[in-house]
Ligand binder design. Structure first.
Ligand code: 8YV
Length: 325
């Protein structure tokens, strides 16, 4: 009988990392997005002590009860809105995630969406490819240089966006639950309404929670300038998409750049796909070879550290770890 801990792997692992896990754990594969109780027997599930999974695995009371011996779950993501953290904590299940290693990649997509919107780069590519250039010049667009960038949320990713925006001479303002001393010299703290009223580009960098769901809605959008752009690389449901579509159709804001949506994958039938003042990406903020490798390295290290009695680098509910000590 193997004494190695049994772990669920519900993420695609590079071969070298799979080998690394297999050297010290018994791997049980669960297809991404499927629930362990759908594919594993109760006997097998009762022996599982660790898991590495994506955002698609919903770690709720049902899953936690289906894995009674689970001690740690490592999210291959910085967001953890797939996890009922309170339920995990009450069951002393440590939750780990992958912060910091993806900050730059997500910030780059944020800046990219701003440039695509203001300079209309996506339409410009189609303009040239279609031969329309032979009939006349592409319409003038708008600078982002010198425009006020507003950040809703000033966490790690927000701070990287703010630093990057300095290269575009963009004055940066932000709103958080409280003023962030680390943002001093980088951005100016303003009230929430002022952020929406003043920003020429408003970028969302807050996590999804019951409190933040649809927190950018009709009221917030109505405060924005008709020349302003909304960028979302955080979580789709933070923005009330129906209200956003209404504002975009009415022209009460100039455009939106979205890497995340309420429904993912976004069907072609979505009204967002018909709007000319929208730039859409397929939730690719962290999706580079380099960043995803750094993330999966961190996710596997978190899992192995926790199982080996060593404090993981990134914990969502560190109180569970402290209680073990
Ligand atoms: C994941 C994400 O990075 O990290 C997050 O919170 O939003 C996602 O992009 C990606 O799905 C890899 O799990």
């Amino acid at each position: 009988m193997s004494q190695k801990p049994k772990i669920i792997v519900s993420v695609t692992l590079p071969p070298d990392l799979r080998d690394r896990l297999a050297a010290s754990c018994d791997i049980i594969d669960v297809p991404v997005g499927q629930r362990p109780e759908e594919v594993l027997s109760a006997e097998t599930r009762a022996q599982v002590s660790g898991m590495v999974c994506t955002m698609k695995t919903k770690i709720d009371t049902g899953l936690l009860e289906a894995l009674p011996a689970l001690t740690v779950s490592s999210n291959f993501a910085v967001g953890f809105d797939n996890v009922d953290v309170a339920a995990a904590t009450s069951r002393k299940v440590l939750i780990c995630n992958t912060p910091r290693v993806l900050d730059g990649a997500v910030a780059d997509v944020t800046i990219g969406l701003m440039l695509c919107l203001a300079r209309n780069l996506v339409a410009g590519d189609a303009f040239v490819r279609s031969g329309a250039w032979t009939k006349g010049a592409f319409p003038l667009t708008r600078d982002i240089r010198g425009k006020t960038l507003g950040l809703l949320g000033m966490g790690r990713i927000g701070r990287v966006v703010a630093r990057t925006a300095q290269a575009f001479d963009m004055p940066v303002i932000y709103h958080n639950r409280r003023e962030d001393p680390e943002a001093k010299g980088l951005a100016t703290y303003v009230g929430r309404d002022e952020l929406f009223k003043t920003s020429e580009v408003l970028s969302v960098h807050i996590p999804l929670s019951a409190e933040t769901r649809h927190s950018v809605g009709k009221r917030e959008l109505s405060l924005m300038k008709p020349t302003a752009y909304l960028i979302n690389t955080a979580r789709g449901p933070v923005v009330d998409e129906a209200a956003l579509i209404e504002a975009l159709r009415a022209g009460s804001i100039a455009g939106a750049g979205l890497d995340v949506m309420e429904q993912e994958p976004l069907p072609a039938s979505s009204p967002l796909c018909e709007l000319p003042n929208v730039v859409l990406q397929a939730h690719v903020g962290s999706a580079t070879h380099e960043t995803r490798r750094a993330m999966i390295d961190l996710a596997v290290n978190n899992l192995l550290d926790a199982l080996g009695g060593k404090q993981p680098v990134a914990m969502v509910n560190p109180e569970v770890w402290r209680a073990r000590a």
